[in-house]
Design a protein around this ligand. Structure first.
Ligand SMILES: [Zn+2]
Length: 448
């Protein structure tokens, strides 16, 4: 019988190895870490499959078959690739050392999201070694290429292992962060992105006689102002879930639940805490942010061309047609003549659809049980976040997918805002232990 402390020590050691493997994406080269995990499983006699999606890129899957009497549950898709280190001088340690200092394991990728990879893996192994006989399938899915869109990771698996990827529930990054005593954030969905280029044509003529000329720069600047002040239709459901989970008082909750009162509530929230005000605003609608404007050729030539690049973020169920309809409406008469284009991701234009899972599905009661030891009275706060994760691919085919892990109550509020993609990324040994146990407990509770 393997002791709990051995499971935890081995798992911490594996995290250090994965950090040291330095799978920076691009180019990723995740096969290195996937093969380390494959060996780790084989040394423990747990069967698994490695699926190579491109040279040096690969994914790993494994399964404990259930009897089919309960829904299936996936640990993952969880990614082993990491982002570049950024400004190296801001790091207190060598970013790929994986050293243990002040009860934390330090290094790029520790919070995003290698600690979930190894805790899920270890919980899966422990269940396997204990001869776990679940009523629903328990699947493990470790992937490449999340940070650059999933082409060689989850997206590839959706196309090449569609049966395996069809699950009822999936758990991955990011969640389980305390935002107030007894309240844990759980990511239930993510906003979509539909970046657009809006171009205008003018008629070039001499800049010395501008009266009634057709100037593309003037059009683009008027359009920019209109886009920035436009209010797309409000939706209150995500505000409602969030304010309920956060335990806001009745008056604030009522205001956030009423379309006519939301603008006032946002102003109050912004005054109290600008970050909170912006977050609530982003949860209430599609947002439009015109961030680049370019045009014209010469100071003495009336501009024949100009364009605006716009960062558009959608709520779940808002598609491209919706985006274009509202961009045109926002620009008024200029909306009729504007050319609106979507660029492929190669040119730096990002696009993904927004997705959300049920904030009241049956897994939440099992999550409560899974974290009971550390959070006896817990409330989960469902969040739709602005960034994209691989879970969107699973939600698109009907899975209920959530960000789940477990940080200790004393975790500083800024942990998830500062560490992923920032300098001095690190994870506490306590979070490792709590998350490992939470995944183990959750699978037992949910699948038994
Ligand atoms: Zn991530």
């Amino acid at each position: 019988m393997v002791s709990e402390s051995t499971y935890i020590d081995d798992m911490n050691q594996l995290l250090i190895t994965l950090v040291q493997n330095k799978c920076i994406n691009p180019p990723g080269n995740e096969l290195k870490s996937i093969q380390v995990i494959e060996k780790y499983l084989k040394d423990r006699n747990v069967p698994c499959k490695v699926l190579e999606s491109a040279p040096n890129r690969g994914n790993l899957i494994s399964e404990i078959k259930g009897t089919g009497k309960r829904p299936s549950l996936m640990f993952g898709p969880s990614h082993v690739d990491v982002v570049p280190i950024g400004n190296e001088s801001a790091w207190e340690v060598e970013p790929f050392s994986g050293i243990i200092k002040d009860d934390h394991i330090w290094g790029r990728g520790t919070t995003d999201m290698l600690f979930i990879v190894v805790t899920q893996l270890q919980a899966f192994i422990r269940l396997y070694e204990e001869g776990f006989k679940p009523k629903g399938d328990l699947r493990l899915c470790i992937v490449a290429d999340e940070e650059v869109g999933g082409t060689y990771g989850t997206k590839w698996l959706m196309e090449n292992q569609s049966e395996f990827m069809k699950v009822d529930y999936a758990l991955s990054e990011a969640g389980g962060i305390p935002i107030a005593p007894g309240r844990l954030l759980i990511v239930i969905g993510e906003k979509g992105a539909g970046w657009k280029r809006i171009s205008f044509k003018g008629t070039s003529s001499h800049g010395s006689m501008p009266y009634k000329t057709d100037n593309a720069v003037v059009k683009a600047s008027i359009a920019t102002k209109r886009l920035a002040s436009y209010n797309p239709p409000l939706r209150t459901e995500y505000l409602k879930y969030m304010s309920k989970g956060m335990g806001l008082n009745f008056l604030t909750r009522t205001m956030l639940g009423n379309r006519f009162l939301v603008p006032i509530a946002l102003k109050i929230a912004y005054k109290q805490n600008p970050v909170m005000g912006r977050l609530l605003h982003a949860l209430s609608r599609m947002t439009i942010s015109p961030n680049i404007i370019k045009g014209g050729t010469k100071t003495n030539v009336v501009a024949g061309e100009a364009y605006i690049d716009v960062d558009v973020r959608t709520l779940p169920d808002q598609d491209d047609e919706y985006i274009i309809k509202h961009l045109r409406k926002a620009m008024g008469a200029l909306g009729k003549e504007a050319k609106i284009e979507q660029f492929s991701s190669e040119t730096g234009f990002f696009s993904s659809i927004g997705t959300a899972s049920d904030p009241e599905s049956e897994i939440f009661s099992h999550m409560c049980k899974a974290v009971e030891e550390y959070y006896p009275e817990v409330t989960f706060v469902p969040l739709v976040m602005a960034a994209a994760t691989d879970l969107r691919f699973l939600r698109e085919v009907g899975a209920q997918a959530y960000g789940f892990s477990l940080f200790p109550p004393e975790t500083p509020m800024n942990t998830m805002a500062d560490f992923p993609h920032g300098p001095n990324e690190r994870i506490s040994l306590k979070t490792m232990e709590y998350t490992f146990k939470a995944y183990y407990n959750l699978a037992r509770s949910f699948l038994e």
